[in-house]
Structures are given as structure tokens and as C-alpha cells.
Design a protein around this ligand. Sequence first.
Ligand SMILES: *[C@@H]1O[C@H](CO)[C@@H](O)[C@H](O)[C@H]1NC(C)=O
Ligand SMILES: *[C@@H]1O[C@H](CO)[C@@H](O)[C@H](O)[C@H]1NC(C)=O
Ligand SMILES: *[C@@H]1O[C@H](CO)[C@@H](O)[C@H](O)[C@H]1NC(C)=O
Length: 374
Amino acid sequence: MRTQALVALLASSACLVAAVPATPVSKDKHTSLRLIKTSPSDPGRWVTDEQKITDFKAKGVGFVDITDITDPDVLSILSAPDSEDVALSARAVTYPTAVSHQTVANPLISQVSTMNPKVWLQTLTDYYNRYYKSTYGTQAATWLYSTVQSVAAANPAITVAQFTHSAYNQPSIIAKIPGNSTNIIIVSAHFDSTGGSSTARGPGADDNGSGVVVILEALRVLANAKFKGKDTLEFHFYSGEEGGLLGSAAVFASYKSAAKPVLAVMNQDMAGYSPSGKISIYTDYVDSSLTAYTRVIATAYTGTTTSDVCGYGCSDHASARSNGFPAAYACDEKMSTSTPYIHTPNDSYSTIMWDAVLRHSKFTVAFLVEASYL
Ligand SMILES: *[C@@H]1O[C@H](CO)[C@@H](O)[C@H](O)[C@H]1NC(C)=O
Ligand SMILES: *[C@@H]1O[C@H](CO)[C@@H](O)[C@H](O)[C@H]1NC(C)=O
Ligand SMILES: *[C@@H]1O[C@H](CO)[C@@H](O)[C@H](O)[C@H]1NC(C)=O
């Protein structure tokens, strides 16, 4: 993530390819370019894969790669102001205003530790980078898939699958704990990284190795306990986030066409750097009711929270939202005090604050248990 407000500045920048209308433009005229949007009103612009990283990601500008998005409903939401929640109302879920499953959640939370996250994050950050179009990125996906499988093996009821993408070789990964109901609760994080260009060293420790090890730790605890909730729990590890939310866009397009009953998507992108010691619940491009519920859970289980906004295309929750699913975003810190190392070679293992990882891991278990009763 980390997008924020450089959009206006960049929109006027002469170095950019001229804006083109998003819909009428023939996408096949630009087979080597990608069409990206940096705001609801941006009609789209064609850029190279490299420009996406060097001219946008590395400069803190959020964007969505819409090249392969053909669904008019999704394109319409991606072009609507953040305040328009209309398209989501058909799926509105009523969320509780208080937590009520502490007796189930607390013993599980007591099993959470940073022992395994430290080992996993060391491996993730040891890849030269996890850029979604690099061989390192593919190798990291292979390692993550086998690691998720071995963590899930504690409960044979859990399934683990790779979700492959046609435009690049780094699959997304989905683990599922079946519940009594087929309604779905999703926690997510992306595992690709960037160091500011396709070839730069990109350890991606906070962004977003930390989110990955947090949801992996939650999976470990629930798998060991053979936890089965009322609702089905899914753990999504997305590829290609830094390329414009590519992995999550494809996963949620597939869920939309299958009309999957998703009751909540809680994305975490950065969970390992928090001078304030407080989880920050972001409030833009999310579902406001689910966001309020997420804050209720975070406050009950971890204490006071903060709030912030992170702009267009900030992280994978935007893909859930544009496909009509209720989404929330929990981050380790407000923008102004968040890690200064993001998207640089300095986003390294040594900068991780393990108390933040522990806090987010406990919060994730709490969220999954509480929301499993929705
Ligand atoms: C799931 O169903 C089983 C069998 O009916 C029941 O014992 C259990 O309490 C249910 N779990 C939840 C969380 O509803
Ligand atoms: C890291 O991943 C989590 C989970 O996907 C997401 O919420 C967060 O925005 C990501 N952080 C960054 C900096 O991309
Ligand atoms: C990384 O850290 C080093 C040493 O603190 C600093 O000199 C350098 O500018 C940093 N690089 C980036 C890309 O932030």
C-alpha cells in the first residue's frame, strides 16, 4: 500500500503518458503496455510494467491496473467517488456492535506467538525481491504455498489451493477452513514486494511480509486447534499487489461471477512497524459498517485504535470492494508515522517491531473467531 496524495501532482506531470479514455480505447493496441487508473476520475493511462513501479509505486502513488478488468459493474465502482456506497447495499450485512465470543477467542489468542512469524519473515525477506514478474517472485510463491500447506496439515479439513494468473507466473494462494455454513469470512495480505524497480532488492519486510506472517500465524493457531466456525474462513495470500492489485482483482472477479456469499474481507497490509503501538483502521474505499465492526473487535482485543485514509488503489481491499464485497483495512500505523522504508531496499527484517506483529496476529485470530459467527 502507501499511496496517498501525490496523485494531483502527478496528474499534471509532463513525464506521464497522456491520459486516454478508459472504455473506448482498444486494449489490444497496446499489448506491451498496461492501463492503470490513479483515481475515480482518472480515465486511465497506458504505461509499461516498469513505469508502474518506478513512476507510481516508488513515488507513493496508488493505482489499479484495469487492463484485464472487463466487468462493467467493477469498472463503474472504480470510477465512482469513494462516498458512493450504492453498489454495495444489495449485499449489506448487519454487523454486531460488540464482541461476544471471548470465551472461544481468548484461549486461541493465548497460543499466538512470534516464534514462527520470525522464521517465516526471515525466509520471505531473504528472497532478493518478490516482484510478481521475477523468478524470485515465483520462487517465493512456491515456498509460501508449501509453507501454507504444512501449517494447514494440522487439520485435514483445511484445503489449500493456488489461484493462477494468466498475465504473470506468481500465483495467489487460498487456504480454507470449512465452517457449518458456506458463508465466507476472508482475511488477506499480499506477499509480493518491490524495492522500487523490477530489479531492485525488495525485502518487503513490513510491506507486506508482515501481513503474510500475521495471517499465517492465525492459520497455524486455528489449524492446530481444529477450529470450526459457523462460517467458512478463508486466508488469502495475493500476488501482484504492487503491480496494481492484480492478484486480488482476479480472485474477487472469480468470486463475483460465482456469486460467493462473502460476509467480510479484512485486509492487512503492513503489520510490523508501529511506534504508536495502536492498530490503525483505515476509512476510505472500504465498507463503513464492516469498518466499524472491525474497529469494535480491534478495540476489544488490543485496545485503542487510530484512523487514517490511504487513497485510491491503496491495497487489496479495493479489489474486494470494487467487486461488491464488504471490505475493511487494518494497518499497523497511521500514514504519517508509518515505516519510512516502504518500497525501498531498506524495508528489511531488522526494522520489524515484533510487538506489532504479535498485536496484529492476536487481532486476526480475534477477528476470525468473532466474524465466524456472523
Ligand atoms: C456447527 O455444527 C455442529 C453440529 O451441528 C455444532 O455442534 C456446532 O456447535 C456448530 N458450530 C457453530 C460455531 O455454530
Ligand atoms: C500488506 O498486506 C496487507 C494485507 O494484504 C495489506 O492490508 C497492507 O495494505 C499491505 N501493506 C502494504 C504496504 O502494501
Ligand atoms: C537506506 O538506508 C541507508 C542507510 O540508513 C540510507 O543511506 C539510504 O538512503 C536508504 N535508502 C533508501 C532507498 O531509503
